[in-house]
Ligand binder design. Sequence first.
Ligand SMILES: [Zn+2]
Length: 313
Amino acid sequence: MPTITDVPRMTLPELIHRFPTEEKCLAYLEHLRWGGKPVCPKCRKRDAVRVGGRDAVLRCRACNQQFTVRVGTVFHDSHLPLAKWFIAVYLLCESKKGISACQLHRMLGGSYKTAWYLFHRIRQAMMKGIGLDKLKGIVEIDDTWIGGKKPGIGRGGYRQHKSVVIGMVERGGRLQLAVLPDLTSKSIQKAVVQRISPHVDMIVSDELNAYVPALGPLYTKRYKRIKHAYTYVQGDVHTNTVEGTFSLLKRGIIGSWHHVSIKHLQRYLEEVAFRYSQRKNPALFSLTLKNLVSTGRITFKDLTAEPEEQQAA
Ligand SMILES: [Zn+2]
């Protein structure tokens, strides 16, 4: 439900009109982060007075610590004006097919590296927005291959340059997308256990054999397979919804991102899943900003680390 701090869905001119200066942006971030009562990052007391200055500096009356709303957030060491951050968040939320760092760089100016870093930090914050609640109700699951322009040699060689992505969607609800190391039952099952509730009403896959040992033991009679070869839709037993999200994903990659490095693929997937899952939320912009202001600092090194390092961290 929208709260008092949510701003309604806006057009780009409305956004620029509403958040034209650093002060306006900082005030809004303070609202989102603290609900109007700043919390000292050192002693956690809510007893701060405003010192003022360009960055809306606050001083804790209990421990004398000076701080701003940026402290300990994604905005901590950013030199980019917040109005530009707000526009970038807006564009990422409102561009249905995604938007590339290259495009943002052209629209906002600055360096390509700044735009790239900016977008990936927003995506990282979006991961939190999807929530940890596992998918429920009727869940569809399917796989698709992303990337790889070089054809391989021999049977299946083509796929050696591609990444397999598994999509899991609640019918009428949320989406989860995950890069898998391979399309074995073991990898599928691991992804499913992490993201789908054991108490679904029904889970549907296509007839790929790997799904049976992955889903059968977990869901027994609530697991249904479709037979594409015989009929397109068997009542409720279909994977049309998840297939629809794959075409959204592929349009995003072809239309906007062009080159998605495998290393960063999971973050692009989070972006698509977040936008899809929040498609009916009129306060998407506020929610994303709120996630940003409650996400700890993300350094360039964090973003460029190998996936193994990220998991270990
Ligand atoms: Zn304090």
